[in-house]
Ligand binder design. Structure first.
Ligand code: KG4
Ligand code: ZN
Length: 341
């Protein structure tokens, strides 16, 4: 049977990525050009620099994805691209590259929602049984989704303010740990004592039980540090990192367990950049075992931004023949109909 070969293109933030995936599951290539070094000196992603770097490298990344997959452009079935949410200038580079290729090759273009593509990273490495719950934790999202199938997702709850990854990044900056913040906090926390500071866990009331809030936790860390400095008291950055990470992981774990109890699913997926955090993986796995549930997660390289996940999510839209027009634009903000792709 003829394989469905989808080229995925991802430029929503600071990774220029292209990948070829066969039949929505088999990764033939996964090229990721990270811009971390360009942004490190500024302590975070500078949108203008991100767009310029995407533009400089996108053609090379696309060619390498095809080369590594051992196929030529004409063999592609369709081209899937992240159209949002993300940085508008960065998204536009990928969207325009994908549309140009689609037009030149006479192939369909598929518009993929970044959040949904993070979920789809799991399909590249696991045979997922549905229904399932997915916790998507990235720099832009903290969301719990209920999945009836690969193409049927609904939102159970999300963050009312900062995303979990955003909180890791901000705390890293405050502690002088650099960018990207999540891995830096995790490394520092490994040498710290999480019992040093008890930071608040924001558990919103019963009506909003599956929603998250991280801004209070972030402010509590900042206020604690300011108070210690004012009092001339010493503290270890490692202990602050460990205490913050412990609080964040506890919140994410507790809410996921609540989502499982509410939906009665037996499978939980983890997705997004923060899913690379080993404490989160361990704590969540232990907590879910107690609920008679299994936790599936992608390897760290598929947790952070990549294009294989975009191609996998694009496959699900291809099956439904849901194509975008050549007027496709970047959608920087999540649309109300986000779950429709
Ligand atoms: O999914 P992703 O690559 O991009 C977005 O869609 O936002 O996620 C990036 C986020 C950043 O906030 C980064 O600090 C966080 O994921 N992150 C981590 C870890 N690795 C990446 N957070 C905690 N622990 C990690 N090991
Ligand atoms: Zn992402």
């Amino acid at each position: 049977m003829k394989r469905i070969l989808i080229l995925g293109v991802e430029t929503s933030c600071d990774e220029t990525a292209a990948a070829v995936v066969a039949d929505g599951q088999i990764m033939l290539s996964n090229i990721i050009a990270s811009q971390i070094e360009e942004h490190r000196q500024y302590g975070g992603v500078v949108p203008e620099i991100a767009s310029r770097k995407h533009l400089e490298i996108v053609n090379e990344v696309l060619e390498r994805a095809l080369l590594e997959a051992g196929i030529c452009f004409s063999e592609l079935t369709a081209i899937a691209v992240t159209h949002g949410p993300g940085l508008v200038g960065a998204l536009l580079v990928g969207v325009n590259a994908a549309k140009t290729l689609a037009y030149a090759l006479g192939k369909p273009v598929i518009a993929v929602n970044h959040l949904i593509s993070h979920v789809a990273a799991n399909y590249l490495v696991h045979d997922v049984s549905f229904p399932a719950v997915c916790l998507v934790v990235s720099g832009g999202h903290t969301s719990l989704l209920h999945l009836n199938s690969r193409s049927d997702a609904s939102l159970l709850g999300s963050s009312r303010d900062d995303a979990a990854g955003e909180a890791f990044d901000k705390i890293a900056r405050i502690l002088g740990l650099g960018y990207p913040g999540g891995p830096a906090v995790e490394r520092a926390a490994a040498n710290g004592d999480f019992r040093t500071f008890l930071f608040p866990r924001a558990f919103t009331n019963q009506d909003h039980i599956l929603e998250f809030s991280f801004s209070g936790l972030k402010s509590a860390v900042i206020n604690t540090l300011n108070a210690l400095k004012q009092q001339g008291k010493e503290y270890r950055v490692e202990d602050v990192a460990a205490s913050f990470q412990h609080a964040a992981v506890e919140i994410l774990t507790e809410k996921t367990v609540l989502a499982v109890r509410k939906t009665q699913v037996r499978t939980v997926l983890l997705a997004g950049g923060v899913a690379a955090n080993s404490l989160l993986r361990r704590r969540l796995s232990e907590a879910l075992q107690a609920e008679d549930c299994i936790l599936l997660n992608p390897p760290p390289v598929l947790c952070t931004d990549n294009a294989a996940m975009v191609a996998a999510a694009g496959f699900d839209l291809y099956v439904q023949q849901r194509f975008a027009g050549l007027d496709l634009n970047a959608t920087p903000v999540l649309d109300k109909n986000w779950h429709l792709g």
